[in-house]
Design a binder for this molecule. Structure first.
Ligand code: SAH
Length: 229
């Protein structure tokens, strides 16, 4: 564990995640998250992923702005999505679409064997890549690009997690799942209600999907850009 003066607040964040898990169990069907998921939260220093002027708020269970019109996701949502991927006991290879600051990437890297992550804003991809190296994550590979197409060179994946809301589920991502693999993705058109969807590829390659809970994510974009919104 990387100890710093911010860590006393970590306990509050974990308690808030656990409280929200209980409050939302009616939607999610789970009152708690797995021990692997909760343990990952004790190891990732969230204050290293937020801008300097927001470090004091880093362990609040809330999304925060990270620049470029983007956000770091709410810790509870990161926990829920990671739990839904169900990669705890596997030698898992995971794809993330929407690296942002890389917080979710780091949580996944604590659990999975290898994490690939794609970010469409080049500056964010570069910053996240540097941050992962500074924090000694050796099992993460980040690239700037459009995650709509997945990352075929490294497919198939045990799990795919998308952290920007798409109007529909990208076919390429379903294709790049292993049989038995899971895709967790917020789905909803711009300014419409979004639903966090859990999509499972069965062993016979058929697909089942389940709406888990209404969510609010930044929109999925389709062209590589370095400008703000
Ligand atoms: N995973 C982040 C949340 C990032 S917010 C966290 O842990 O906090 C969603 C990110 O998705 C934004 O940085 C946005 O630029 C990125 N994004 C949007 N459309 C994308 C696309 N088509 N491909 C890859 N990344 C995309």
């Amino acid at each position: 564990m990387r100890k710093t003066s911010f860590y006393p607040n970590l306990e509050n964040m974990l308690a808030d995640i656990e409280a929200e898990a209980r409050e939302t169990a009616i939607y999610t069907g789970r009152r708690t998250f797995s021990k692997e998921v909760m343990a990952a939260f004790t190891r990732v220093p969230r204050h290293e992923f937020v801008p300097d002027d927001l470090k004091r708020q880093a362990y609040i269970n809330s999304p925060l702005p990270i620049g470029h019109g983007q956000t770091i996701s709410q810790p509870y949502i990161v926990a829920l999505m990671t739990d839904l991927l169900d990669i705890g006991n596997k030698d898992a290879v995971v794809l993330e679409v929407g690296t942002g600051c890389g917080y979710q990437t780091a949580i996944l890297a604590e659990i999975a064997r290898q994490v690939y992550s794609i970010e469409i804003i080049k500056e964010l991809a570069e910053q996240a890549d540097r941050r992962m190296k500074d924090l000694d994550y050796t099992n993460v590979k980040i690239k700037a690009g459009d995650g709509y197409l997945g990352w075929p060179e490294h497919a198939p994946f045990d799990g795919i997690l998308v952290t920007a809301a798409a109007p529909e589920v990208p076919m390429a991502l379903i294709e790049q799942l292993k049989p038995g693999g899971r895709l967790v993705i917020p789905v909803g058109a711009l300014f419409m209600t979004q639903n966090l969807m859990l999509i499972r590829k069965n062993d016979d390659a058929s697909v089942t999907q389940q709406a888990i809970i209404p969510v609010s994510f930044v929109p999925f974009r389709r062209s590589l850009q370095s400008a703000t919104i």
